[in-house]
Design a protein around this ligand. Structure first.
Ligand code: GLU
Length: 483
């Protein structure tokens, strides 16, 4: 059997990271098995439709580093891939269900339905369509039903769910799943506006598009027994199901906007690398090994297995994502990242620097930050003279005798042949040895004069990148202004 999976979002807004993970798992599974990953837009709920959402979600997946094999924009032999363009198909299939007795017409008004729910609530029952007393094909009889249809009375088509027994299916992540039929509502399949509900459209399309595995979020698990009944009603073999666990906040509540970032675009705008976000969400709920954390897309494809996805909700640990980003930041060649840093620097009023210099600064500072965009603030002194000098640091390390200790270095640095990391190191070592002085009595004042800050990268490396002229200028200006 060839593997065909689909990501089937409703275009209602930005792509949630949970959606990204679902899309990614589908993609990884398809690629791992040499199959196809399809994008199907489930846009039959016109009330929730957002026009730009489809493009936004394709862009978000593209940014994350994957493409679909068949989609509304690419086409494919199973199209159209937008459900709103397939409404005739759903009508046709709802007729089959009506004819074989698996579905029926119902004519209830929304007031009647509200009253029914109120009654059920009062008597402590779960709200559920009561086929035996409401206005439908069974209570009205065939003749009256035919008459109402002929006069075009507003109506819906409902699934005839068995009253007793169990509905079972096996789920690759969750094992055997059982629902009692009495808990399942007579789901509306076709609405009065002629549009299908999610359930009908989803099942018909999964069948017609020859989907082999349905990989989706756990929140759709309660819908699955309805889908199983639909597959049976059509006499179709159902795809295999895999419901992946929800993403949770560290306090185990469902991940939502109220707690912070949830959309792929938020993470993109925060400066996360797509590779880091993908690596991280892939490991939310799945990990092929207990120690390793860093996987490229190709490695994720190589290792991905639905059987290893956990049942329990997956905590979205923001701190860990930041850590992961820092790992990626350290793994790239600085020169690859330099153009991006130059773009970031454009929004600062610093004098312009070249791409080579930007790469050197990245190499210098990246061990100490999580994001590329931390550089202009964490390492502001690499682009401009120190704007301020840390008072606490100064009072600790600038003593009455410091000036005399530092001043000879101006000469020494000037006559150095090469202003390199190593040469600076050697010459300062020599100097402190000759004075029988601790190295820190020099290093801290140098850091203060040159960067203004207490934390930063190795001082000699910092100085060699800044260059002799700049270092001497900063030292002189500080010495002039401080006793
Ligand atoms: N349209 C549903 C959604 O928005 C699809 C669920 C499924 O994959 O079946 O997520």
């Amino acid at each position: 059997m060839s593997v065909r999976v689909r990501f089937a979002p409703s275009p209602t807004g930005f792509l949630h990271v949970g959606g990204l993970r679902t899309a990614l798992y589908n993609y990884l599974f398809a690629r791992h098995n040499g199959g196809k990953c399809i994008l199907r837009i489930e846009d039959t709920d016109q009330t929730r439709y957002v026009e730009s959402a489809e493009t936004a979600l394709i862009e978000a997946c593209r940014w994350a580093g994957f493409e679909f094999d068949e989609s509304p924009e690419k086409g494919g032999e199973f199209g159209p891939y937008r459900q709103s363009e397939r409404t005739d198909t759903y009508k046709k299939y709802s007729k089959i269900l009506l004819e074989n007795g698996s579905a029926y017409y119902a004519f209830d008004t929304s007031e009647d339905l509200d009253k029914m729910r109120e009654r059920q609530q009062k008597s402590g029952l779960a709200p559920k369509y009561d086929r035996s007393i409401m206005r439908n094909q069974y209570t009205l009889g065939e003749d009256e039903t035919a008459r109402l249809i002929a006069t075009d009375e507003p109506r819906v088509v409902r699934l005839k769910v068995p009253i007793t027994g169990d509905i079972r299916f096996s789920d690759i992540v969750r094992g055997e799943v059982v629902f009692a039929a009495r808990d399942i509502d007579d789901q509306i399949l076709l609405k009065s506006d002629g549009y299908p509900t999610y359930h009908l459209a989803n099942v018909v399309d999964d069948h017609l598009m020859e989907i082999s595995h349905v990989i989706r979020a756990e929140e759709w698990l309660p819908s699955t027994p309805k889908h199983v009944l639909l597959y049976q009603a059509f006499g179709w073999e159902s795809p295999k199901f895999a419901h992946v666990p929800l993403l949770l906040n560290p306090d185990k509540t469902k991940m939502s906007k109220r707690h912070g970032d949830v959309f792929v675009d938020d993470f993109k705008n925060k400066g996360f690398f797509p590779e880091a976000l993908v690596n991280f969400v892939a490991l939310c709920g799945w990990n092929p090994s207990s120690e390793r954390e860093i996987y490229s897309m190709n490695e994720l494809i190589e290792h991905f297995a639905l059987e290893k996805v956990n049942k329990a909700g997956a905590i979205f640990d923001y701190k860990k994502l930041e850590w992961m980003n820092s790992q990626y930041l350290r793994s790239y060649e600085p020169i690859e990242l330099a153009p991006e840093l130059l773009k970031i620097l454009d929004s600062y009023a610093y004098p312009k620097v070249g791409v080579e210099y930007a790469a050197q600064v990245i190499g210098l500072l990246r061990e100490r930050i999580n994001f590329l965009h931390d550089i202009p603030t964490f390492g502001d002194y690499m682009f401009t003279r120190p704007l301020a000098f840390d008072d606490e640091y100064k009072s600790k390390h600038w003593k009455p005798e410091t000036k005399a200790n530092i001043t000879p270095l101006l000469e020494i640095f000037t006559s150095l042949q090469e202003f390199s990391h190593q040469a600076l190191h050697d010459v300062v070592q020599e100097y402190v040895a000759s004075k029988q002085m601790a190295l820190k009595l020099i290093i801290h004042p140098l850091r203060l004069m040159i960067t203004g800050k207490q934390v930063g990268a190795g001082m000699f490396e910092t100085m060699s990148i800044l260059g002799r002229e700049e270092v001497l200028a900063r030292m002189k200006s500080f010495l002039e202004n401080n006793p």
